[in-house]
Design a protein around this ligand. Sequence first.
Ligand code: URA
Ligand code: SF4
Length: 224
Amino acid sequence: MDLIQLLYDVSDEVCVCTKCRLAETRTYAVPGEGDPQAQIMFVGEGPGEQEDLSGRPFVGKSGQLLTRELERIGITRDLVFITNIVKCRPPKNRVPLVDEIEACNDWLMAQIALINPKFIVPVGGPSLQTLVSKDLRIMRSRSKVFRKEGILFIPILHPSAALRSPDTMKSFLDDLKNLRAYLDREIEESEITDITPRPVYTSPSPKVTETAEVKEEGGTLSLF
Ligand code: URA
Ligand code: SF4
């Protein structure tokens, strides 16, 4: 079975998924869209009102801002794949809850595994924390490069934050400028922060105290 078909199968399953409570209040699930062979994936937080009504990601006010500013740096939506950490709209656009993010994670991991992008751009804090590490903060991590399981992550501010203040708008536009620059050159090893997945604790052993040192790293990305 080819990858493109498998990606469509994931979308079909997302559209009828009832794995968490967000299924009860959604109009349409929003699986994501774009090039199945994209080198870059953008991953937002979750559908808003317009996305819920249309079944498409990033089409409301903040989506239009993101789309317009991406075009300005030469990235049209057909060249990338755009999705969210949860595929159904949280009521009143509240932040997705941990159990909802976990329930939806299988879909996101399947999409990442099939598309196999070189870069993932977490859009906003919840996406950064879900994909890279829950210990990272978006304000400190934006425009930096992280590597996890062979994928480079370049987080940016969320366009909805940019719409709330001129300062954040400037930072959001800077993030996109920096993203363009990273894509246009070799990223040096010294610029990359490696994130090691949290070691899985299996049985008591004298080595436990040594491995516990990496415990602040890790997040929920796990393709395997
Ligand atoms: N905000 C998001 O995080 N995702 C969307 O799809 C739309 C708005
Ligand atoms: Fe399923 Fe994700 Fe929608 Fe929850 S948010 S119902 S897990 S597709």
